[in-house]
Design a protein around this ligand. Structure first.
Ligand code: FRU
Length: 499
């Protein structure tokens, strides 16, 4: 009898173990399927996310770190979350890389591969992945000191899987300026065959450049803050890098995110085109240029260590805006990244601009492509990519669903006008309902590409010369599109989920 009971208990336990395993798998699947959960954009499984950080490529893996607060869906003590991708389309979530320590919370920053082992933190055979980030000391902030943001480093000798903080942090102390953060570091080749590390740092309302032979000792080089730039808010998250046009002209580009003061209110990224001589950045721009004219592309920067054989400058931004990022109607996570974009330097007349184009890898998402004729398109799928060709300059596109929720995009009187005031769930913040106006000067719109996910639209005009990145929260997906002013042949690509 006792034996029988044991056998019974054994099978009962086995059954319940299997059941638990099945339930866990189901939970995992349901998990990335919550209302408004982006299906082909990166988002954290749970918790709060803001800026992308430490983007670096190594041995076939694109690393994406990000500002992360795992214990809540609003901003708090910052960590670096971590994910990798082998193709910029599918993402694998990895454990948190960096946690707050005695120097403070871990704010935004960058990561590089120290190929020459200049820091001594790795070896030539196994170069260290080094993260350079801002320590934000909440105690110093509370005491109303001015030196509570400093720069620290951490390193990994196993492809970003485990991290050690450098023993002598911080490596760059604060000279007494409250906002002193977001180091973006690059290796600068010099003509004598040598080189140095260069850091761009956001310092209140200017960018300061520092250089270092070894990532550990930093010297001030110069400041950049032209009179006419956008100063509506604090400067954050710089990125400095060269870009080449098709005809071989090289220009240096400096990205500077500002919050508030963006063209649609709140957060946005301005950029400058110019030259960098190893010490000083001089811009040839004469007016502010915005990387994106939508409301929801902030703090974006580019990947480091992309192999020369690839040669792309690949960008990703935080797809939100500090105006309402902490109240958008999503749970148990908040925020997503933009789709990865390739940056291109394009000459328009006598001027240059930086275009953003979806990376080609995203074509993998297409499951069915068709050409639709007519002024009303039916979208079979919530996840869609559209390619539209206007045949007149005044045009309009309206996305709508059976619940009378809609988004309109018009081009008239020399402006693009994006209206999401009736797009579904909008009540969480008044600013969210504002119309977004973008002047279109000296160019006609000849091609439009739109990526629709469950809670975002990314619109690329003329191969990314103008982009609008916008969050939308329709309570049912937009299943129809009304077109005015377009050629008949529109391309519709159904896209699949990456989760
Ligand atoms: C930009 C930013 C950075 C800072 C981080 C903190 O969104 O304010 O300047 O490092 O977020 O999370």
């Amino acid at each position: 009898m006792k034996f029988k009971i044991h056998v019974f208990l054994f099978f009962a336990l086995l059954f319940s173990a299997c059941k638990n395993e099945i339930q866990t798998k189901e939970a995992e699947i349901v998990h990335f399927n919550e209302p408004f959960r982006p299906q082909f954009h990166f988002s954290p499984p749970t918790g709060w996310m803001n800026d992308p950080n430490g983007m670096v490529f190594l041995d076939g893996e694109y690393h994406l770190f990000y500002q992360y607060y795992p214990d809540s869906t609003v901003w708090g003590p910052m960590h670096w979350g971590h994910a990798i991708s082998r193709d910029l389309v599918y993402w694998e979530h990895l454990p948190i890389a960096l946690e707050p320590d005695e120097h403070g919370w871990i704010f935004s920053g960058s990561a590089v591969i120290d190929h020459n082992n200049s820091s001594g933190l790795g070896s030539i055979e196994n170069p260290a992945m080094v993260a350079i980030y801002t320590y934000h000391d909440p105690v110093g902030e509370k005491e109303q000191r001015n030196d509570f943001q400093t720069q620290g480093i951490a390193y990994s000798n196993d492809k970003g899987r485990t991290w050690k903080k450098y023993a002598d942090n911080p490596v760059l102390k604060n000279p007494g300026i409250r906002d002193f953060r977001d180091p973006k570091v690059m290796w600068l080749e010099e003509e004598n065959g040598k080189g140095k590390w260069l850091m761009s740092l956001a310092v209140l309302d200017k960018i300061s450049f520092y250089s270092s032979p070894n990532l550990l000792d930093w010297s001030f080089e110069s400041d950049f803050n032209p009179d006419w730039a956008a100063y509506g808010g604090v400067w954050e998250c710089p990125d400095l890098f060269p870009l080449k046009t098709d005809d071989g002209t090289v220009k240096w580009i400096l990205f500077v995110s500002i919050n508030p003061g963006g063209p649609q209110g709140g957060s946005a990224t301005q950029y400058f085109i110019g030259d960098f001589d190893g010490k000083t950045f001089i811009t040839e721009s004469l007016e502010v240029k915005w990387l994106d004219h939508g409301a929801d592309n902030y703090a974006g920067v580019t990947w480091s260590n992309i192999p020369e054989s690839d040669g792309r400058k690949i960008f990703i931004g935080w797809m939100s805006n500090w105006q309402y990022a902490q109240v958008v109607p999503t749970t148990p996570w908040r925020s997503a990244m933009t789709i990865p974009r390739k940056l291109e330097l394009v000459k328009k007349g006598s001027e240059y601009l930086v275009a953003s184009r979806p990376v080609l890898e995203l074509e993998k998402l297409r499951t069915k492509s068709q050409i639709a004729n007519g002024q009303e398109l039916i979208l079979e799928n919530a996840l869609t990519e559209l390619e539209l060709i206007p045949d007149q300059q005044d045009f309009s596109i309206t996305f709508f669903n059976d619940k009378n929720e809609k988004v309109t995009l018009e081009h008239k009187d020399g402006h693009l006008i994006f209206d999401r005031s009736q797009s579904g769930n909008t009540g969480f913040n008044d600013d969210f309902k504002n119309k977004h106006m973008t002047p279109v000067i000296g160019t006609s719109i000849n091609k439009i590409r739109i990526f629709l996910d469950r809670s975002s639209m990314e619109i690329f005009f003329n191969e990314g010369e103008i982009t609008l990145t916008e969050l939308v929260f329709p309570t049912e997906y937009f299943s129809k599109v009304k077109l005015e002013g377009f050629k008949l042949e529109s391309k519709i690509h159904n896209l699949k989920s990456i989760w």
